[in-house]
Design a protein around this ligand. Structure first.
Ligand code: SF4
Ligand code: SF4
Length: 74
């Protein structure tokens, strides 16, 4: 399964990632970073499309795509 990791201290709580996710798995977490912005969380199966990372104006999202191993042991 792919997953996203939020660099929470960069987040400004704009929720653009929540709006853009085509499978609707991002949501406000109820937690706040040191700047006082509410940070997001992943709740569901991520496709690894990276739309959230691309749209985030603060470059606060890293996407780790599920392993598609080419050759060798998985
Ligand atoms: S798009 Fe980026 S800055 Fe905006 S809420 Fe999502 S992670 Fe935070
Ligand atoms: S990578 Fe795509 S599916 Fe995964 S959380 Fe981001 S927008 Fe949603």
């Amino acid at each position: 399964m792919s997953r996203v990791v939020f660099l929470e201290e960069r987040c400004k709580g704009c929720k653009l990632c929540v709006e853009v996710c085509p499978v609707g798995i991002l949501r406000p977490s109820g937690r706040y970073n040191r700047q006082g912005y509410e940070v997001m969380e992943m709740a569901g199966v991520c496709t690894g499309c990276a739309s959230c990372a691309i749209i985030c104006p603060d470059v606060a999202i890293r996407v780790f795509k599920s392993g598609k191993h080419k050759g060798g042991a998985a």
